[in-house]
Write a protein that binds this ligand. Structure first.
Ligand code: HEC
Length: 114
């Protein structure tokens, strides 16, 4: 129990810098599913975690609303290529990029998050 609390506290500290990512709701999943048929809230949550773990390796996380779909589709492969070139960074494979993209594109159109 204590350990869990410590863990949550540490995570909130770790995520304190950089963009504060909006909590995902079913409304996000519904909106995302219009673009990506079959997309679930679980898929989005997984994409958000992958975004946090992969995309904070070199710089603070950017706010998903700071770019639109066209821009994210260019940025993500470009960043994956950067990670590929750095021996000390975790690689971002194609499947992971796709999951991150679905999250970013869906979150980029969230009206509530700033
Ligand atoms: C290997 C290190 C590294 C990783 C991993 C990385 N980035 Fe970057 N990122 C950079 C560097 C260096 C820059 C600044 C130079 C540039 O713009 O190319 C940058 C710039 C950016 C920019 C601003 C530039 C633009 O073209 O809009 C965005 C947005 C961005 N990163 C998003 C991401 C996302 C999303 C991920 C995860 C898929 C990611 N980064 C992972 C190194 C990285």
């Amino acid at each position: 129990m204590k350990k869990t609390l410590l863990y949550i506290f540490t995570i909130s500290l770790l995520t304190a810098c950089g963009a504060k990512l909006a909590v995902l709701t079913q409304a996000d999943a519904d909106r995302g599913a219009q673009k990506f048929p079959g997309l679930t809230l679980n898929d989005l949550a997984e994409g958000q975690i992958l975004y946090k773990t992969n995309c904070s390796q070199c710089h603070p996380l950017k706010n998903p609303t700071s770019r639109d779909e066209v821009q994210w589709r260019k940025v993500v492969p470009k960043m994956a290529a950067k990670a590929e070139r750095k021996a000390n960074k975790k690689k971002i494979d194609g499947v992971t990029q796709e999951k991150i993209l679905k999250y970013l594109i869906t979150a980029s159109t969230a009206s509530a998050s700033k």
